[in-house]
Ligand binder design. Structure first.
Ligand code: FES
Ligand code: FES
Length: 175
């Protein structure tokens, strides 16, 4: 029988500790142990990207990592981006540019795109499309997603210019 292991991680700025089975995937830990069901599971082949979260600021498919491997890490899930009163620019972009249809892929796509915008604040359309290669949308045809990301990049640039830098960060990163 597998012995359980204690893991402690910071999720959306809140420290969480739990006993987990060593084989438990991070995505199951987030969804089932922490009830953060915004992170979705869309495949069993690590291809769809619906489970993408930020681990220490880097986009990671949370079905490819064990919860125990994330011990000590700082995780941001889609719940940590913003809320209805205070949308993150990427959420605002998806809203303004109709970047979703069924919405199943959307949390993972947004987390992957937040990671892109952190590394490349002013991406070209081609760079956005390249970054989207790791996340699959079965509905939109991607054009509206690309429009949403470019809109978010422009809004984030305006916020940076006006000094509201914290509004461009997920809540888990000092907002
Ligand atoms: S659930 Fe599809 S890549 Fe993780
Ligand atoms: S909006 Fe339906 S899968 Fe992307």
């Amino acid at each position: 029988m597998n012995k359980s292991c204690k893991v402690t991680l910071t999720v959306n700025e809140v420290e969480r500790t739990a006993e987990v089975e060593p084989r438990m995937l991070l995505v199951h830990f987030l969804r089932e142990t922490l009830n953060l069901t915004g992170t979705h599971i869309g495949c069993d082949t690590s291809q769809c990207g619906a489970c993408t979260v930020l681990v220490n600021g880097e986009a990671v498919k949370s079905c490819t990592m064990l919860a125990v491997q994330a011990d000590g890490a700082s995780i941001t899930t889609v719940e940590g981006l913003g809320d209805v009163e205070h949308l993150h620019p990427i959420q605002q972009g998806f809203w303004e540019k109709h970047g979703l249809q069924c919405g199943f892929c959307t949390p993972g796509v947004m987390m992957a795109m937040v990671s892109l915008l952190q590394e490349h604040p002013a991406p070209t359309e081609e760079e956005v499309r390249e970054a989207l290669e790791g996340v699959i949308c079965r509905c939109t045809g991607y054009q509206f997603i690309v429009d949403a990301v470019l809109h978010a990049a422009a809004e984030m640039a305006k916020l940076q210019e006006s000094g509201n830098v914290s509004d461009t960060m997920p809540v888990g990163e000092g907002r």
